[in-house]
Design a protein around this ligand. Structure first.
Ligand SMILES: [Zn+2]
Length: 595
């Protein structure tokens, strides 16, 4: 089935009119006034909060908070998108700052509810959850933190001290590293690069520039290595002191696992199975070495392009390819995506001052999402378009849930986006008869899989080790040696690794800002590979299960949602299934390359 083309697709900007006509119009002023009135009304409930609150009163508070969260979501979303469309616009900058401040104030006014809710006895909480319908999972997930919640005065002290403690260290880390400038000589002329520009050299075809870019990157980071290492150690000690010593979590990673609502043993299984599969990507690097006519690949070359097909896709082609993929899977998906285009919620062109990269933003489930792209016509841009529209249809399919329940939790958040990319890869492979283009498409997919699966898994493994070392007392140099060991077990003897890579860990913002966040990327990607394999095996029978998974949003625990889709995330064989897909792609590449 082919998409019905009722609309021409041209590059352009979005309209935010479905949110607000302007940042300074009467509608925005009225919304902010309404948020304040709503907060005042919620505050009036404070005296009624007790163990004998009636089911009806309890539901009324939840509904009042839900309405308030939708409206504050729309206001914040407008501020964010208004800024994203032109980050140099000073009006947008100051409006965003003003809204951030306002939202923090409003949140503090209604904070009492969650504190009260976590302090309730189990019997009352169970009664109220039973009466709360769709709010149940939201309430349960808050209660999951009850055993680790301290008394109100202690919680307040932690909040206050965090502002000038851990948060300041994180700000300091970005203040230091954001102003780094990198100098690389290109064609005999030394130029200054930002980190993002340096990455362009790393993905580029010139082997000397790839090496120079990496060497410069870690030269600059290693210069501050001991200081950045000190910041890291202070942050991980803080994590330990608060979460292990005071809150009594069983391990540093358990804190993140609970907020993802993923059992500890599932994360252990995921990391364990991944380690056992490190050979899969080592095999890929060996193949790349042969294609680049070198005995052994250097660490500098892992993202090196193998062939340089410069095939371009017009925006119209990219949109239609994506819509066709959706339509073939289920016409409903195509209809949803069309609605987003028709509503003018897509900012597709690359423009000076516009935020880089791509995202899909959804705040109020009653509204269609907004999609930002910077479309330039590369095959990578077509994938990104499919990816972001995957997010959009995910949000729309889950749009019937309340605002607390419609976004999926982190490990499931990339399901529809990555699945859409897989549909697109298959579509491109099916249309493409030129073997070198086919090979490019597959190479790009395995490159991405490496970056989202194995690289992230080994960061998490390093974090586990580093937190343990720090709690026993260590130095930045010892952490660097541990990082080198980590790289060696990841790459085996498939790569030549320059000594400067021992400083890579101080250059990864995630491990400073969100300890143990990274494994969720591997979780999401492997989950989609395994789901995709089921789709290939079962065809039409698979579709309703998949659509139901997406429609669940975040209304139940990831375990419940996946069980319903026939997936047991505790089972090592399930994760192995994901790696089998990667392994199959590497086989195919070996075949296409005649090696
Ligand atoms: Zn995404």
């Amino acid at each position: 089935m082919t998409a019905i083309k009722t609309q021409e697709h041209t590059l352009g900007r979005w309209s935010l009119a479905d949110l607000f006509p302007a940042h300074d119009g009467k509608e925005m002023k009225a919304a902010i006034k309404q948020l304040e009135d709503q907060a005042a009304a919620i505050e009036k409930w404070r005296d009624k909060l007790s163990a004998d609150i009636s089911d009806i009163d309890f539901l009324s508070i939840l509904q009042a908070m839900e309405t308030n969260t939708r409206l504050s979501g729309r206001v914040s979303q407008f501020a964010g998108l208004f800024f994203a469309e032109d980050t140099q616009n000073q009006l947008a900058q100051s409006f965003q700052a003003q809204i951030d401040q306002k939202m923090a104030e409003l949140r503090n006014r209604t904070l009492f509810f969650s504190l009260w809710w976590k302090s309730l006895d189990d019997k009352t909480a169970d009664r109220l959850m039973k009466a709360s319908g769709e709010f149940e999972y939201y309430l349960r997930q808050m209660r999951n933190f009850k055993p680790y919640t301290l008394a109100e005065p202690e919680e307040k002290v932690i909040n206050i001290k965090d502002v000038t403690g851990a948060s300041t260290l994180q700000t300091l880390y970005s203040s230091l590293t954001d102003r780094y400038a990198f100098k690389v000589a290109v064609d005999g002329e030394t130029k200054e690069y930002t980190r993002a520009q340096l990455m362009q050299l790393i993905y580029g075809p010139d082997p000397d520039l790839r090496a120079a870019a990496y060497q410069e990157l870690y030269r600059v980071f290693s210069h501050d290595g001991p200081i950045l290492g000190q910041i890291y150690q202070a942050l991980s000690r803080d994590w330990h002191n608060e979460n292990i010593d005071l809150r009594k979590f069983s391990s540093p990673i358990a804190v993140r696992n609970l907020s993802n609502d993923i059992p500890d043993e599932v994360v252990d299984t995921l990391l364990g199975v991944s380690e056992e599969n490190s050979r899969v990507f080592q095999r890929f690097f060996n193949l790349k070495a042969r294609l680049l006519n070198t005995k052994k690949l250097r660490r500098y070359d892992i993202y090196a392009p193998v062939t340089s097909s410069d095939k371009r896709y017009s925006y119209e082609q990219a949109v239609n390819l994506t819509l066709d993929c959706f339509a073939e899977f289920d016409p409903k998906l195509e209809t949803l995506a069309q609605q987003v285009f028709r509503a003018g919620h897509v900012d597709s062109e690359a423009r000076k001052g516009k935020q880089g990269g791509a995202f899909c933003s959804s705040a109020d489930p009653a509204l269609m999402p907004w999609v930002l792209l910077n479309y330039t016509g590369l095959a990578r841009d077509v994938s990104t378009l499919a990816h972001e529209f995957g997010h959009a249809i995910h949000a729309m399919l889950a749009g019937h849930h309340n605002v607390f329940n419609f976004h999926s939790s982190l490990p499931l958040a990339e399901t529809a986006s990555t699945f859409s990319e897989m549909l697109l890869v298959d579509k491109l492979l099916e249309k493409e008869s030129d073997e070198s283009v086919r090979r490019d498409i597959l190479f790009a997919k395995v490159d991405d899989s490496y970056a989202t699966i194995m690289r992230q898994v080994y960061f998490a493994i390093f974090e586990r080790k580093a937190h343990e070392m720090v709690s026993k007392g260590t130095s930045a140099d010892e952490l660097s040696s541990a990082y080198m060991e980590n790289l060696k077990s990841q790459f085996g003897d498939s790569l030549e690794i320059g000594d400067e890579f021992k400083w890579e860990w101080v250059s990864i913002p995630h491990i400073f800002y969100y300890p143990f966040y990274v494994y969720a990327y591997a979780f999401g990607q492997l989950l989609v590979f395994a789901l995709y394999q089921q789709y290939k095996a079962e065809g039409a029978a698979f579709k309703p299960r998949y659509l139901e998974l997406l429609s669940s949003g975040g209304s139940r625990s990831p375990d419940d949602i996946l069980k319903k889709a026939g997936i047991n995330m505790r089972d090592a064989a399930f994760w192995q299934g994901g790696f089998d897909v990667v392994s199959g792609m590497v086989d195919e590449l070996e075949k296409l390359s005649g090696k």
